[in-house]
Ligand binder design. Structure first.
Ligand code: NAD
Length: 598
């Protein structure tokens, strides 16, 4: 994250927060910060280990315009006082007392929406499943912190009914939990955190997790970590050995799982529906510290979940469906050339998964139709934008407008393109310019403008560029088109290398022959108007006979984003050409000389 951008937003918001102290029955003083209008629904954010409430500053800043946002330092952390003695002072029962004291102080008589990260989420599961909090919770959003009771049952099941897969899962999680064993050793963790570990921690977080070092972690880190070790010692062994049997959630739960979490396996949540009947799942390609690295996405999901539970009405009329619904819901996806063919089908696939859609096309009417349809299919919001992707200034204006009105794009699909066919000697300078302007410069503008916004936001994302099998299959009939697509393929590979490590993936899609409108608008060089129309009709017939649907390309695009694939040949002929290109390039050169059937 660069200076002056959203990195300062959280710090500024928290500096302006109203602070108060809440005294618990036991005499511990909890430091509570409040943002936003107290008459609005209350969201309580609980931090984890080794953290203080400041871990939530970026998320809180993004929620405060609509909600009453409350953050508190868990006992022994930040500005809250510690229990005496420390041993036995951090049990989940006592932490539940603290939560109820805060909830009663900030939202008397009205249930609160709870959000927890890491140990804040472990605590949250306790609050969401014990009897005495019933009626005090309106919803619970959990991230990177399982219920110790559910975890205990998960281990028991794998030990009592072992299969090779279950044993591998248990061992895998055992390895990820190395730090839990370390924290159970006496005194050493405290010494480490009061010494070199605390000074190195911000650098470790920046290097391993890409956590920007803007006012986080705070100066209380050594004490937070030393006291936080008691969270583990007071709870983990006893709960894992004897998990509660009545650990059912009495409130709707939203589970956000970062797929790259180094400490927790996704498998831990496999059977969660058993314990949390009203469960909404979300996944995010990110590591553990998502409140710092993905605040925009978290704020969107929390806002939607809270709003829908407050009103009792689902946020969208048609809840997202399909295999990727938990991955793209609420994300902003911009597609160029979205008025027809592959672009339109891609807009619909992302809409089905619950993404917000910006449909961009040269043709205003078709872009508007795509946006309308996307809304019907499942996009919570969809907009149409008219622009020529080859127009530098037009694209710059579009990028500014999109950032100001809809936010930073999470997935960019540079798809707009035109077909041009004809020998090199028949291709005029104008034809070359037009082809490269749309097919290559359109992609360059998209990457440079929206890619830059993504990189500056520092919260990852994905860029998909539609190249073609023509990028690696030479043809004497397609010199301009193939050159433009080969350039798009190479641009994508270079950009992928450049953005590696920023959390932004880049994919090049290389379809073969797909039944779209491209043949009806394709330009055939070196022939008169009449012959041009004839060739357009003939090629359209051939593409129709081949009849490969654009929806399958759209599926490949969505999959490429989920799996972060580099180059994806779609259609059997594209996959074949890619194989020949690698193994027998001579064979491809022979094919290049063949006169095409149009
Ligand atoms: P299509 O003609 O059905 O759709 C292309 C869309 O892009 C149209 O809505 C068009 O209005 C829009 N467009 C064209 N020029 C534009 C510009 N300058 N600015 C903004 N929008 C513009 O074609 P399609 O087959 O869906 O093509 C999509 C992409 O897939 C293209 O890049 C194409 O080269 C590529 N591709 C297509 C095939 C195929 O067989 N159809 C194969 C490989 C690659």
């Amino acid at each position: 994250m660069r200076s002056g951008d959203s990195g300062d937003r959280g710090r500024i918001a928290l500096a302006a927060a109203r602070e108060r102290r809440v005294r618990t029955r036991e005499g511990v003083e909890l430091c509570v910060a409040e943002l936003g209008d107290a008459t609005q629904p209350t969201i309580v954010l609980v931090h984890g280990f080794p953290d203080s409430k400041e871990v939530w500053s970026e998320v809180a800043a993004r929620l405060a315009d609509r909600f009453h946002v409350v953050l508190y330092d868990v006992r022994g952390h930040g500005c809250s006082t510690a229990p005496k003695p420390l041993r036995g002072g951090f049990t989940l029962e006592k932490l539940t007392d603290d939560f109820l004291a805060v909830a009663d102080a900030v939202s008397p008589g009205r249930p609160v929406h709870l959000v927890g990260h890491d140990w804040g989420s472990v605590q949250g599961w306790e609050f969401a499943t014990v009897k005495r909090t019933e009626g005090r919770l309106a919803s619970f959003t959990s991230m990177s912190g399982p219920s110790l009771d559910h975890f205990g049952h998960w281990i028991k099941k794998r030990v009592s009914r072992p299969t090779p897969r279950r044993i591998a899962q248990a061992l895998g999680q055992g390895v990820r939990s190395w730090y839990v064993y370390a924290l159970h050793t006496p005194v050493l963790p405290e010494l480490a955190w009061k010494g070199p570990l605390a000074t190195q921690w911000p650098k470790i977080l920046e290097r391993m997790e890409k956590v920007p070092a803007n006012g986080y972690p705070t100066a209380s880190l050594p004490t937070d970590a030393a006291h936080g070790a008691w969270l583990y010692r007071d709870n983990v062994r006893s709960r894992l050995r004897r998990p509660r049997n009545d650990c059912y959630a009495h409130t709707p739960v939203q589970l956000i799982t970062p797929t790259g979490d180094l400490f927790l396996s996704e498998r831990l949540y496999d059977e969660l529906e058993l314990w949390a009947p009203k469960l909404t799942r979300r996944t995010l390609p990110a590591k553990h510290w998502i409140p710092r690295t993905r605040p925009d996405q978290l704020a969107t999901w929390i806002r939607d979940f809270v709003t829908s539970n407050e009103s009792g009405v689902p946020v969208v009329e048609h809840p997202p469906s399909g295999p990727y619904a938990d991955r793209f819901a609420g994300q902003l996806v911009l597609i160029t050339g979205a008025g027809s063919g592959i672009g339109r089908a891609t807009a619909f696939s992302f809409a089905e998964a619950g993404a917000r859609i910006v449909a961009v096309d040269l043709d205003a009417e078709s872009a508007a139709r795509t946006a309308d349809m996307a809304r019907l299919i499942g996009a919570p919001e969809a907009w149409a934008e008219t622009v020529d992707v080859s127009d530098e200034q037009g694209m710059e204006k579009l990028a500014l407008r999109v950032a100001a009105e809809y936010g930073t794009v999470d997935v960019l699909v540079n798809n707009a393109g035109i077909g041009v066919s004809g020998s090199f000697l028949d291709t005029s300078v104008e034809d070359w310019k037009k082809t490269l302007d749309v097919n290559l410069w359109g992609v360059i503008h998209g990457c440079r403008l929206f890619g830059k916004q993504m990189a500056e936001r520092g919260q990852g994302g994905h860029i998909v560029n539609t190249a073609s099998a023509a990028a690696f299959q030479p043809s004497k009939a397609l010199p301009a088109y193939s050159t433009s697509k080969a350039a798009v393929l190479m641009l994508s590979e270079c950009l992928r290398a450049e953005l590696a490590g920023t959390g932004i993936g880049v994919s090049a899609i290389c379809p073969g022959i797909v039944n779209t409108n491209i043949t009806r608008s394709a330009r055939f060089t070196g022939v008169d108007e009449k012959e041009q129309r004839k060739r357009q009709e003939r090629s359209s017939r051939l593409y129709g006979l081949r009849n490969y649907p654009p929806e399958k390309v759209a599926e490949a695009i969505v999959r490429a984003v989920v799996r972060d694939q580099a180059v994806i040949p779609v259609t059997p002929e594209a996959r074949g050409a890619r194989l020949l290109y690698r193994l027998f390039p001579g064979a491809l050169r022979a094919v290049a000389r063949v006169e095409p059937p149009i």
